[in-house]
Design a protein around this ligand. Structure first.
Ligand code: MTE
Ligand code: MO
Length: 424
């Protein structure tokens, strides 16, 4: 019998080839395989080779291959009381490159995903402005447009891991991040149209969802690179991501990126202080809170191999890959350790290196089949280095939920299975 490994290649064919190839193959088991005469994937004609496929009218909106059904967002039922005010996670272990497909961007809502009719949607700007204004979606499209690739990370990403390793998979430990190309207009152009008064120091952004999510953006950031976006990856925003319009606050925590954006109020103090809310602050060990921690710290994670993506092809050539990002700009460097942080080697960053966007790294290695403690450590262009979890806890204690950018460890056993662990 032919035993199939995860990638559909024949394991027995592989073994035979290995024997036939002899010593030459033993050192670095090749990624391509020597032809095996009894491999049915070679010798038998498959159905897709025999019959015509679907016509061009079968899929007006294309979907992934049915063989990719595991590449889906997932939630963790016990995490929140109900799925309406909850979160699901991007399947990072199923993706490559730096762009997250629209249908796989994690969702975080406080009152479910609002389905908004764009014809009835308005964006109002009021408060400390010369001229309060209301924009329709058509009006917004008459401002100069920009296209920018940015990551969005929820401040609670990796938040379940503060006290120790908990969730088994990078989808759950790191999947509250996505990265898409936004098309929209600059917030500063909209603010200029209304005319910000000198006392205006904050922009309060409010959503049209049932949670009416509200966050304050410091004026300096609002006038810098914030966008009012209506498209992602070339098509209209998805409902889950705030259709028809959302705020984009590059590098800052996801909570500030108000979806279904309906109001911008210019004020002289942040809304968070008005309401005396304790939302989105980090609790320190001494019980005091860190206020206004907006920029997301430099962070990285190995996505493959990882608990949901074990090594299935045996020892030899192994392409290790993962993602790195920083709210401070570009990622300058990623290092990899296979022995739990004792020795480090540089990974290769491939694809565009854009400020406040995901970076893709690869580390090509020869796996001898022994156990590994895999870690990645990113450094950003400002020189910030991703800390170990112990270093983070020493500063922030274990009571935090937000802004956990500690180094992740995956234990890989001799079979290639991976597990979320921590090394002390
Ligand atoms: N109107 C509105 N905007 C919102 C939220 C919300 O519940 N309502 N959730 C915020 C939080 S906490 C995060 S992390 C991001 C998530 O964006 P996403 O769902 O596109 O991933 O949206 C933010 N904007
Ligand atoms: Mo969030």
């Amino acid at each position: 019998m032919v035993e199939r490994s995860g990638n559909g290649q024949s394991r027995r064919g592989f073994l035979k080839a290995g024997l036939a190839g002899g010593a030459a193959l033993a050192g670095s088991l090749a990624a391509g395989r020597v032809l095996a005469a009894d491999d049915p994937a070679i010798t038998q004609i498959q159905d897709w080779n025999r019959y015509s496929g679907d016509g061009v009218d079968a899929h007006p909106y294309g979907m992934p291959s049915p063989f990719e059904k595991d590449a889906v967002r997932r939630n963790v039922a016990w995490l929140t009381a109900d799925p309406v005010s909850s979160v699901n996670f991007t399947p990072l272990h199923k993706l490559d490159g730096i762009i997250t497909p629209n249908g796989l961007c994690f969702e975080r809502h406080h009152g479910g995903a609002a389905v908004v009719d764009p014809a009835k949607h308005r964006l109002m700007i009021n408060g400390l402005v010369e001229k309060p204004l209301v924009f329709t979606m058509d009006d917004l499209r008459r401002f100069p447009r920009v296209n920018k690739i940015y990551f969005l990370e929820c401040a609670a990403n990796s938040g379940m891991e503060w006290r120790g390793s908990q969730l088994n998979g990078c989808q759950f430990t790191h999947g509250m991040v996505h990265c898409v190309m936004y098309t929209g207009v600059l917030l500063k152009d909209i603010l200029a149209e209304a005319g910000v008064k000198p006392a205006g120091k904050w922009v309060l952004a409010e959503g049209a969802d049932s949670a009416a999510m509200t966050r304050s953006i410091p004026m300096e950031k609002a006038l810098d690179d914030c966008m009012v976006a209506f498209a992602m990856n070339g098509e209209a925003l998805r409902v889950e991501q705030g259709y028809p319009v959302r705020l984009v606050v590059p590098g800052f925590e996801g909570n500030m990126w108000v979806k279904w954006l309906r109001r911008l109020e210019v004020g002289d103090e942040p809304w968070e202080q008005r309401e005396e809310t304790s939302k989105y602050t980090d609790l320190l060990a001494n019980g005091k809170a860190r206020h206004f921690t907006w920029a997301m710290d430099v962070k990285s994670v190995i996505t493959n191999p990882s608990p949901q993506a074990p090594i299935t092809h045996g020892k030899g050539r192994l392409v290790l890959t993962g993602l790195a990002w920083s709210g401070n700009g570009t990622v300058a460097r990623v290092d990899i350790s296979t022995d739990g942080g004792r020795n480090w080697k540089p990974a290769r960053i491939d694809g565009p290196s854009l400020p406040m966007a995901l970076h893709r790294f690869y580390y090509e290695m020869d796996w001898d089949g022994s156990e590994m403690f895999l870690q990645s450590r990113a450094m950003d262009e400002k020189g910030f280095v991703q800390p170990t979890k112990q270093q983070l806890r020493a500063v922030r204690g274990a009571n935090s939920i937000y802004h956990n950018n500690g180094i992740q460890t995956w234990y890989v056993d001799t079979n290639g299975a991976a597990e979320n662990v921590e090394i002390s």
